[in-house]
Design a protein around this ligand. Structure first.
Ligand code: IMP
Length: 429
């Protein structure tokens, strides 16, 4: 038995929530290791829909869950989410949820700055979720962030807030915005401290103790590999490393703890926000994918951009992220299409490329090279075995495996948990 790390292999929204929920039954602990409440994971359990942003998906089933040091935490958003889930009957307490004491906090000044900067950027905006993710990670790397543990030491907290505001108030003055008053920020943090501190823990030690007794850990990634701050479509990315090795650094475990890497991959492609998208479909087919796939952001409600499956980009994710196998989701959204296209490479001027180069101009200008496959008219919705798939759908799945160089370990055919075809159990390695 091994640990499993789940990452998105595209631009996020691949359906990680359902797969993590499905896997969490086999896991002993579920850990979030990067991102923050920019994520949106939807779980459908027994007809009830749960929407999670910051909490590891395991909490819905009462699994021990942890928020690692690599996550940025808006404590107010965290308790809003907890109380929303409690209204749906989910009990969350410090005995099942632990929050890394060394995780960085997202403060109201981060979300305000995120939105102000996006507004000021006009056409050059990134299309962030406006949750303050980027500014919080900037403060972390600049060594001026407030961390969970600081809430337990008022003297240190005051010192750190003063230091933080030297930077932020200068920025706010430049943007023509009102400055933050140190005393007010400290008071707000001291008010939330008694709620958050009971959850605070040296998560790395908790995980080490779990490792020593052979517990199975499920690492739950957020966003997708093409949004990785190093390997994604920079600068149209999020501000964390979404790749699988972050499971170790973002929780305090060694590289071998990452275990089997499962890349969640949608049978077509979507993206929210700005940035390059070579296989985007600005036509009736794109609209149809969006409608049939309910492609609206969980967090912001924005309509997602839709396009054909990009085998070149997913292959890149498989190679960079060390993806061992994929969970292919939403195949049924393609039901009824006469023809389906798959991108196998790009043309850039007179060059033919089998990868997406890093430059902004190249990423904007590449033209996809497509292969056309026959569609299928019968429904794949809710199929529970490969034999139940129409031959054209099976051929599509096999072609995807060939193009990306990784096997389909799981195939999800509806949002319902049981509509999942297991080919290879990731926990068995
Ligand atoms: P940020 O993470 O809010 O800074 O946003 C940066 C980019 O990542 C934007 O294009 C967002 O739309 C995108 N993004 C952030 N979180 C998610 C997610 O969970 N799913 C899909 N896209 C996301």
């Amino acid at each position: 038995m091994t640990n499993v790390t789940v990452v998105g292999a595209q631009w996020g929204d691949e359906g990680k929530g359902k797969i993590v929920d499905w896997l969490s039954e086999r896991a002993d602990i579920v850990v979030r290791f990067q991102g923050g409440h920019n994520a949106g994971h939807t779980l459908v359990i027994g007809g009830e829909t749960y929407k999670l942003s910051l909490l590891p998906s395991g909490v819905v089933r009462g699994k021990p869950s942890m928020i690692g040091n690599g996550v940025v935490i808006d404590p107010w958003a965290l308790f809003e989410e907890i109380s929303r889930l409690e209204k749906q009957g989910v009990r969350i307490s410090p005995d099942i949820l632990k929050v890394a004491e060394n995780a960085v906090l997202i403060l109201p000044l981060h979300s305000n700055l995120d939105r102000a900067r996006e507004e000021a950027a006009g056409a050059a905006k990134i299309g962030t979720t406006g949750r303050g993710i980027g500014p919080a990670y900037e403060d972390k790397v600049a060594r001026r962030a407030i961390r969970v543990c600081d809430l337990g030491d008022e003297e240190i907290l005051r010192l750190k807030v003063d230091r933080l505001l030297v930077h932020h108030n200068a920025l706010l003055r430049g943007l023509g915005q009102p400055e933050v008053v140190a005393g007010e920020l400290v008071a707000a943090l001291l008010a939330i401290a008694p709620k958050l501190l009971p959850y605070s823990s040296p998560v790395w030690r908790d995980l080490e103790a779990a490792r020593q007794v052979g517990k199975r850990i499920l690492f739950e990634g957020a966003q997708g590999m093409l949004l990785d701050v190093d390997h994604g479509t920079y600068p149209y990315v999020t501000s964390s490393n979404t790749v699988s090795p972050s499971a170790g650094t973002g929780s305090g475990m060694g590289p071998s703890s990452v275990g089997y890497v499962l890349g969640i991959t949608k049978a077509y492609t979507t993206r929210v926000g700005e940035g390059p998208f070579p296989t985007e479909l600005n036509c009736a087919i794109g609209q149809r994918l969006g409608e049939r796939g309910h492609e609206f952001g969980t967090v912001t409600g924005r309509a997602r951009r839709c396009g054909w499956f990009d085998g070149t980009l997913v292959r890149q994710s498989v190679q960079i992220g060390g993806i061992d196998g994929i969970a292919l989701t939403k195949l049924d959204v393609l039901d009824g299409l006469e023809e389906i296209r798959i991108c196998t490479g790009y043309r850039l001027g007179d060059q033919v490329l089998d990868y997406l180069p890093a430059g902004m101009r190249a990423q904007r200008d590449v033209v996809p090279v497509y292969e056309t496959m026959k569609g299928w008219s019968t429904s794949t919705h809710g199929a529970r075995s490969f034999d139940a798939l129409p031959p054209e759908a099976l051929a599509y799945v096999r072609r995807i495996e060939e193009l990306i160089g990784a096997p389909v370990a799981l195939l999800s055919t509806s949002p319902e948990r049981d509509d999942t075809i297991l080919v290879q159990d990731p926990f068995s390695g």
